[in-house]
Design a protein. Sequence first.
Length: 497
Amino acid sequence: MVAVAVAFSMALRGDAGQDGQDLARELLAAFRSEVYRCLSRRRDALLELADAVLCRPGRVHMLAELSLEPECRRGHGAVYDALNCGQVQIARLRRALAALPLPRWDDGRIRLAADVSNWLRPDAATCPGRLFCHCYARGKGNAQLIPGWPYSVIAALEPGRTSWTLPLDAVRLGPADDATEVTAAQVRGVIGRIIAAGHWRDGDPDIVVVFDAGYDLTRLAWLLRDLPAEVLGRLRSDRVMYFPAPPRLPGANGRPARHGAAFRLSVPGTWPAPAAATSTETARYGTARAAAWGRLHQQLAARAGWEGFDGELPVVEGTLIRLAVGHLPGDRTPEPLWLWSSRPRTSADEVDHAWQAFLRRFDIEHTFRFFKQVLGWTRPKLRDPAAADRWTWLIIACYAQLYLARHLAADIRLPWQRPCPPGRLTPARVRLGFRNIRQTLPDLADAPKPGKPGPGRPPGSKNRHPGPGRLRSGDRLSRPGRLPGRSEVPALRRPPL
């Protein structure tokens, strides 16, 4: 399996002297071949189902209608049977995704984003593995808890304003799972596959992993402390951080202090002068002002995830960043954002790269919306969570094909839609032209076979195609060792009584 992954990674790198279009087509064909190998059972039906998702002109509303697409040569029953009884080698597909060319920023870093998206199933009372998913309704403060399957997704981010990301992993959270431990193990696996694919080597800058509010950043930084990864995320505006403890005076009695002065995010009087301050003019948010303070940590308590910790609770220091922008789209007055990084960032360039990476984290929201509204990720009414996992990974494989085909697709649009600049096609525009691209790629799936036996020879008709071991009338024994025909065996007579 390792040799296959290495060969696939070499095929993706290709030859630098090849034409860009030819190289992109070869990359797409190699990835499709690897995806086909990752489908162990019902592979032809699963691959044709993925092609129907990619080539359908409109949005996906149900699985049965995908069987009407020309790319799917099987019936609607085979489509559901493929998801319920098929098999996907998820570990191999993860390695194939990690071997794809990852976007790099101007500082040479790889930036990943982790977030949770919910597959809501409120009416499926008999489906196992459901959790109460936290969802936001219309209006401020209207939060709801709806039963469903939450999926933790990690995707690679691109620089600049774009709606493209590259999903690399997805894990369904169970009722007994610790979300922080599952996320840490997921990030560890993704970084390990990125290193194995050759995208990160010794001496390269750390990989930045961006989180939104709701994650335990201190615990994630502690669990990932042995990896070349930097944890960056958003904090609530009512948190309290602490500076390092002052040096112990000679001859002082008592237990040494572990925490210094408090830094209350909601009380400006507790803020000392920042170690770094920047001001940047942006076209979307106006003037963005950032201030950073170094070596701030959270005071931990022996509860929740730290309840079973052996020994004294650690002190995990990092950099606190306050970001304030002039306005948001729609002339809204925004509140300042508080970010925390597990690495020291004291220079102005590092502070700007930190908040710019966090703003790019919202691109994964576009990916989730495209999954649900266009590709129909949460549309099927599946009962088995394993079938939901197969469909999820099939959607990720479809999106990865669009990611590789974005330099091959033409700008097919409706008359009232604006043209996209070259190289700036959205995932929806690339999907409109994927049917033309697929016709230039090798056809991997075999033709469907009938599921029921044929009617056979009609009664009363003569068999004109006898088998190879059957003697025709008038044939003689011509080969030694062959059993004589029925006409050549003397008739056995019953002895008289």
